[in-house]
Structure formats: C-alpha cells, structure tokens
Ligand binder design. Sequence first.
Ligand SMILES: Cc1ncc(COP(=O)(O)O)c(C=O)c1O
Length: 278
Amino acid sequence: MLLASWVDGKPVAVLPVDDRGLAYGDGLFETVRVRAGRVALVDGHLQRLVRGAEMLRLPLDVEALLAETRAFLAEQVAAGRPDFTLKILLTRGSAGRGYQPLPEAVPRRLLLAFPSRVWPAEYSRDGIALHECRTRLGLNPALAGIKHLNRLEQVLARAEWDDPRYAEGLLLDIDGRVIEGTMSNLFLVHDGVLVTPRLHRCGVAGVMRSFLLARALTLGIAVAERDVAREELDGADELFVCNSNVGIWPVRELGSRRYTPGELTRRLQGEVATLWSR
Ligand SMILES: Cc1ncc(COP(=O)(O)O)c(C=O)c1O
C-alpha cells in the first residue's frame, strides 16, 4: 500500500508512460528505513546513489534530492507517520525512443512512502532458514555494486519459494561463488575472521554491509572481503545476512547444516542497535 508519493518534489502518484525507468530499468533506487522521522546511514544511501549515477552517467541533482527528501520526511511526520519505508527512485526520465541516453533527458526523482514490513522477532533472535536459490547471478562489473532498477534476477530467485519457513534465499553467481541474499548481503565468521564476498563482478554493495565492515575494523575484528566458495559456508562458525531495513538476521539453517548465532554476530547486532537508537 502506497502511503504517499512525490515526483520531482510534487505530490504526484503517476509517471509518464514513456519513462526510461519503466522501459529499460534505466535508473537507480534506494530503500530506506525511516524510524522516528529519522534515516539511519543516510550518507551510505546517498553515496551509493551518487556512485550509481556516475556509473550510469545519469545527472543527479543531489541538493534538490536532499531538500525534497527532508521536506517529504517532514510531511510524513506531520501526517502522523514517523515510521515507514522510504523508496527513492531516480530514472533517466523521458527522452528518445531507443536505448541511446540523449543529453536532453531530464532525470526524474521519485519519493515513495510505504508501511514498513514487520518481521517476526525470532528472525533476529534465533535466526532464519536460508533457501538455496537455483537462480544464478550473471557477471557484469559495469553494474556491480550499485542498486539499479533491473532486479529481475532477484525477482526470479524470490519466485523460487513460497514456503514461509525460509525468510531469505542464498544467491551464487554463474561460476558458483557465494555473492549475497536476494535482498541482503552475507557474512560468515571463520576462525574469528569476519568474511564477506567481494562484489566487483555482481551483487549490490549494501549500506549495512559497509557499516558493519567499518565497525568491525574499528572494533579490531579481522575482516576479509574476498571470493567465497559455496563449501566454505558449511565450514563457517557463524553465518548471517544483513540489510539496512532489517539489520542482522543470523542464519540457523542452510541445506543440512545448522548454525547457532555466535558471539561476533551478537556483537555486531549490538552495533546495529546503537545505530538505530542514536
Ligand atoms: C540484492 C540486494 N543485495 C543487498 C541488499 C542490502 O542493501 P542495504 O544494506 O543497502 O539495504 C539489498 C537491499 O535491498 C538487495 O536488494
């Protein structure tokens, strides 16, 4: 259910049918959790958007976006909605009828407010079961890391299961390397080292992932960003998924392997809690 929407700073709920975001997925988005009228990790979301805009050569008016976002947040709070999920979309707008991005295209900024999903408390407390997706991620360094509007791989992967036992799915790339979840990033702990897959070929570089990597370094936890083979997950001491919406969900089940949320997972969950209570 859409609670509110703005297009280019105006309360509008429709988009011209020739928008390139719709035709080609030519654009970017951020999904942002708003709590008590505040956005956590705002710099991370903005940095990923700016990086994505550079990679797609999409002009982004950061000042206009920030001003609109502040006004949109204030409007939601005034309407009695301090907690919601904010979706920021940037499309290349309407111009031309072919793939070629024309210089006259004027990007569109969309701000959408949705009710935040409420997840079972045991996901964070006891952990989740991870479905192992058959869908594989293709490799494309030109799009890796950014949150572009083409999410068909995730749509196919998420369509693989409707058993509510599984809260998330594990995605490998076409060469069998572990990459991420369908809507999250993945960490494992092995011999005290916090390991997360490199995302230079595919995958979305999550804002929560960056926060956790930075916090781990500050806390003196050994960290490795590297290729991860599927078999390594069976040998991991701890496993968890994360995103900026849910924080950290420990994984308690993947295939025949069972895990218990470990000390490092709990410590990092504590870091996320301080982030959200600031
Ligand atoms: C495919 C994918 N990977 C990773 C993430 C985690 O990103 P973030 O931590 O920025 O929410 C998401 C978030 O929706 C995602 O859709």
